[in-house]
Design a protein around this ligand. Structure first.
Ligand SMILES: NC(=O)c1ccc[n+]([C@@H]2O[C@H](COP(=O)([O-])OP(=O)(O)OC[C@H]3O[C@@H](n4cnc5c(N)ncnc54)[C@H](O)[C@@H]3O)[C@@H](O)[C@H]2O)c1
Ligand SMILES: N[C@@H](CCCCN[C@@H](CCC(=O)O)C(=O)O)C(=O)O
Length: 400
């Protein structure tokens, strides 16, 4: 079918690349490009011979638009799948515009020097992408990603109007370390140490970090504490789900994670303000990332399951209705299949599926679009086929 250029070769990219290689009919060729080409070469070495997908590699600094344009012109991909960091979203979008190439990512743009999470920067590219006749698919991970697809599916098949959405992201896995993060530590800690917020009656309600706590009994995991966080899909769902009154996002955390995070915050290690250390400027959070375990190394030691999904409340044929769509994913099964833990797996699989939707033309809408703006049905089928089967219930326990 075609060729994808995948930028980044970390935890999430490794899963997406394994999945592209399982799906060689669609991904006939992939080029893996990252800052450190040796990581791309090592993955190529591991996978070639096990797949019909032709794999090439390249070195690229994705902060540099000219380098990206030169690489895209050389590789000539049908789509660019951005699995680097949120800081690179705009440079990669600029290069896609210059070369008229479709764009897919899993996280919204963040300026490196400000922990600010909003779609405004990427939505500002809407007209340019429309005029260029190319599609940008934003947020094709699990959350954002599958949570938006679940919302579109619920609206299409279950409700006339959705009024309330609670997104519940539970990682019940145990990696055995007192403190580690399952995806890039810098991005993870910026997200969880920010103020919380939710959408209610047409406006944002801001909370202190971890101020709102609930308990929930997750199928496959058990009882967990979960905390209300700001999460980027709230912003797009608030626009794209008509009749919505409230959207909240909760993530589970273990006590050891929270105790360590509080201590690290208290001593200034999570700060993104540069400081001078022995004559060199360093950013404490980036130094902390360097001493924490690489999330890509957690696969062989993580046991347990994730359970991520959305609880919807709304109306069908004039009657009140509830509906819960979720996926349960087992860390050890993921490791057996692709050598990664389930947090990387639950993001990398939807990234491959999003790229497939755009590459096959199933989702082709020039402009910049969040995932819930597309027909959810082919994506929902692909989740079942490619390793993230979903479950549903019409009688979920609600979050108060
Ligand atoms: N939507 C979701 O559900 C979800 C969940 C987890 C992670 N994510 C996102 O997935 C992305 C990848 O996360 P990860 O845990 O794999 O991170 P990671 O740190 O393991 O990997 C990032 C990769 O990008 C490369 N990279 C960084 N800066 C680069 C640059 N300037 N030029 C070229 N390459 C560069 C790194 O070398 C690395 O290979 C992040 O944007 C993260 O926010 C999304
Ligand atoms: N799909 C999620 C994954 C984040 C999981 C973060 N939870 C932490 C803390 C887990 C713990 O309690 O130790 C993690 O790193 O898994 C997303 O990106 O939104």
């Amino acid at each position: 079918m075609g060729k994808a250029l995948i930028i980044g070769c970390g935890g999430v990219a490794s899963v997406a690349i394994h999945k592209c290689c399982q799906n060689s009919e669609v991904f006939e060729e992939i080029c893996i490009a990252s800052r450190t080409v040796s990581k791309c070469d090592a993955l190529k070495e591991k996978l070639q011979g096990t797949t019909k997908t032709k794999i090439t590699t390249a070195q690229v600094n994705a902060d540099n638009v000219d380098e990206l344009i030169a690489l895209i012109n050389e590789v000539k991909p049908d789509v660019v799948l951005n699995l680097a960091l949120p800081y690179q979203d705009l440079t990669i979008m600029d290069a896609c515009l210059a070369t008229k190439t479709h764009y897919i990512d899993t996280a919204n743009y963040e300026p490196e020097d400000t922990a600010k999470f909003e779609y405004s920067w990427q939505w500002a590219y809407r007209e340019k992408f429309e005029e260029a006749g190319i599609t940008a698919l934003l947020g094709s991970g699990f959350d954002p990603g599958v949570t938006g697809v679940f919302s579109a599916y619920a609206l299409k098949h279950e409700f006339d109007e959705i009024n309330y959405i609670d997104i519940l992201d539970c990682n019940g896995g145990d990696h055995g370390y007192p403190f580690a993060t399952n995806f890039n530590p810098e991005i993870n800690i910026r997200e969880v140490s920010a103020k919380g917020s939710y959408w209610e009656d047409g406006h944002w309600v801001e909370t202190e970090p971890m101020e709102i706590k609930r308990e929930y009994n997750f199928e496959g995991v058990g009882e967990k504490d979960m905390y209300l966080l700001h999460h980027e899909e709230i912003e797009s769902l608030a626009l794209n789900i008509p009749g919505i009154k409230r959207i909240r996002f909760f993530m589970t955390f273990g006590q050891s994670y929270l105790t360590h995070l509080k201590c690290l915050e208290n001593v200034g290690m999570t700060s993104i303000e540069p400081i001078m250390y022995e004559g060199k400027e360093i950013i404490p959070l980036q130094f902390l990332k360097a001493v924490l375990p690489d999330p890509a190394s957690l696969g062989p030691r993580t046991k347990g399951k994730t359970n991520i999904g959305c609880i919807f409340q709304g109306k069908k044929d004039g009657k009140e209705k509830t509906y819960y769509l979720y996926n349960i994913c087992d860390h050890e099964e993921c490791y057996k299949e692709v050598g990664s833990q389930a947090v990387a797996y639950t993001t990398g699989v939807p990234a491959m599926i999003g790229a497939m939707m755009v590459m096959t033309g199933k989702w082709n809408k020039p402009g910049v679009h969040n995932i819930e703006e597309f027909d959810p049905d082919p994506f929902m089928d692909a989740l079942n086929k490619w390793g993230l089967p979903w479950k549903e219930t019409h009688t979920p326990v609600l979050v108060d």
